[in-house]
Design a protein around this ligand. Structure first.
Ligand code: 5GP
Length: 117
């Protein structure tokens, strides 16, 4: 059984967060430490620790995450200029919170995809 993270408390509205969208499958909220003018996290309501733990039963929630990202980008007026969707996995990916989350970042040119070493 995976251990809950702070994101489960955000889903249940037990701690404050700027929730911008929620339905039966996913929750979207502003990142507490934004890296761009728009930085929203979109997460499944069910706890899936990493992308390595995904199974076919999660596909509806994972698909909804993409749909919601597209809707939020349109609402924020950043769809045409473009934006980036990121899911980090484990140590090399830089994952810090072990509840799958998709970063929606945009609102400015984001540069190259990977930092230069
Ligand atoms: P990761 O590195 O795991 O892909 O990203 C975790 C993200 O969660 C970071 O961008 C971090 O700022 C954000 N984050 C961590 N704790 C909280 C929190 O309590 N509330 C919100 N809104 N964002 C958080």
């Amino acid at each position: 059984m995976a251990e809950e993270t702070i994101f489960s408390k955000i889903i249940r509205r037990e701690i404050p967060a700027d929730i911008v969208y929620q339905d039966e499958l996913v929750t979207a909220f502003s990142d507490i430490s934004p890296q761009a003018p728009t930085h929203v996290l979109i997460i499944p309501n069910v706890l899936i620790p990493t992308i390595n733990d995904v199974t076919a039963e999660h596909e509806p929630a994972l698909g909804r995450m993409i749909t919601v990202a597209s809707q939020i980008a349109a609402e924020r007026g950043i769809a045409d200029d473009g934006y980036r969707l990121i899911i980090n996995c484990n140590q090399h990916g830089g994952q810090e919170v072990f509840h799958i989350h998709m970063h929606l970042v945009g609102g400015k040119p984001l540069g190259r995809m990977l930092a230069q070493q």
